[in-house]
Design a protein around this ligand. Sequence first.
Ligand code: MG
Length: 250
Amino acid sequence: MKIIRYSKASVENYGVLRDNKIHELSGDIFTEFSESGRSFLFGEVDLLPPVDPSKIVAVGLNYKEHAKELNLPLPTEPLIFLKPKSAIIADGKNIIYPDMSSRVDYEGELGVVIKKRAKNVLTSDAKDYILGYTCVNDVTARDLQFKDGQFTRAKSFDTFCPVGPCIQTELDPKNAKLKTYVNQELRQSTCTSDMIFDMFYIVSFISQIMTLEAGDLIITGTPKGVGSLNRGDEITVEIDTIGRLTNKIV
Ligand code: MG
């Protein structure tokens, strides 16, 4: 099932995407919901990011091929950092190139959407705490990341976290194909089976540090093939049955 969030006549709601139509939901997507019977065409609504998290937790260096590309040893535990929710934008919205930076990179990533409050969750139970999966672009001002020696400024500019287009609840997350395109040219292509720490281990690990809430977003690292963007470029992150997340940088 593909869940999207949209706004119609200034009212925000969730819907299920089926047969190219958005079927309005009533209830709570994290607990119980049903279709209300109303449906819309895409042109009749404004698409919103599918998540409204209390926090975004990101994992650095989590693909074996990417570590090899950077000549870095494989990490023995996940390196995590935070991105602010103010950085989130929807599919189709523009990424703003900040004046402070002269090197902005894309990072195509699989996003994990938390279903219910999670604290000290076992890896073997983590699946029950996940609502579904989405595409994320962890946009990064690489020059500022190196200059600062930590991640906050580089990862946190407004518009630096495109998310969408939907939450897919039926993905096989350990065997999903992830591709990133810049101006339709393939730049990243991997399978999530190349991850060093899988999403269940990551949910468990983070939940031992901070309480995860329903709707929180975890982004699970980028594969090899990271590169820079220029103003005017169009970036697409595509994951199997989730779909395509496309944004322009201006
Ligand atoms: Mg990243």
